[in-house]
Design a protein around this ligand. Sequence first.
Ligand SMILES: Cc1ncc(COP(=O)(O)O)c(C=O)c1O
Length: 410
Amino acid sequence: MTTTSTVHDHVRSLPADELPAYVYDLAALRTHAATVRDALPERVELYYAAKANPEPEILAALGPYVDGYEVSSGGELAHVAKAVPGRPLAFGGPGKTPDEVTAALEQGVDRFHVESAYELRMLAELARRSGRRIAMLPRVNLPLSDDSLAGSSLAMGGRPTPFGMDPAQAAEVVRTLADGTYPHLELRGIHAHLASGLEAPELLAAAAAVVAWATGLGVPLAEINVGGGMHVDYTAPERRFDWAAYGSGLARLAEAHPELTLRIEPGRALTAYCGWYATEVLDVKRSHGEEFAVVRGGTHHLRTPATKGHDQPCSVLPVEAWPHPWTRPAAEGEHVTLAGQLCTPKDTLARRVPVAGLRAGDRVLFSLAGAYAWNISHHGFLMHPRPGFHFLDAGPGGTARRDTGPGQGV
Ligand SMILES: Cc1ncc(COP(=O)(O)O)c(C=O)c1O
């Protein structure tokens, strides 16, 4: 899934005052999701971690390829339940409040991922009051002896973190659940999202370690959720996580444990590739020997490069027309740093990009902007206008387009 011509054409067709805009290619998203689903063995369930991108159009487009959705707050729960009604939901995330848990019980979520012993007691009491039996999975923060998480960009397990429970405590919780202390809680299995940004071999090693630990507890378990965390390589936007290798590895794990349902809950590696942040160059200048282009918008819309400390991959759509009577600024050198409109040096989208001759008025398309992008950004800072949102789709008569308009996104 590269920058599709559909996306190029659409961005070229937009008037300048409709930039910046998020442009999503839903057909490309479906193709990618189908590839992921096909690579996984039938017995492995695929949940989408909605936190990566909860736009209703994205959630709906993924619908045919996923078994359910993972939500991590009461807000996500209400939003996803409305966007994709009737689909299975797993409710995880640290610091659930009693009100959120009550809302989730009323909503009838399919799985609770329990993050602590305190949360277990809260859930047990609220489940008792609801009169229902709740399917749940304690989340374990498992250390991996072979340092499998070393390559992770965002480790949530195997070290001190607020996520899940220490193995000893999780084992204790499992025993308590197995001995009937909490009759309103049904122990389904174990949840362990340990890290993000891992390649297939490391993720498989982590999954195998979680399964070995869980099955070694001596308590019958029906399912194990090994989380998400598939790597997205922002330095090589054409590269993809090796879903085929991951799927084969999971198939071997599943065959070794016919009693278990394995579940994964990726976010980033499902949706990153279907979104672009499109904008235009406002100004080009030289500062202390380096060239900068200031683009309309910035990291208050696309925070991903600031949070991950990377250069967001991008391409330029040259625009020949220049509507102003004043001289058009243009880059003189080979490399230009692309910055946004915020009054902070942290508002940098990509450094020293090889875009010789870049001019004000040229358009820039930042790719891999379909996950942890708009919805993790600090939109209010400096009160610039919000971007538009465009969901491109292939309808019966060709490419259909829907604009939700600025500010309608999240
Ligand atoms: C519990 C849990 N599951 C799944 C995910 C999705 O991770 P990723 O987007 O890296 O696949 C996250 C991300 O933070 C998470 O916290």
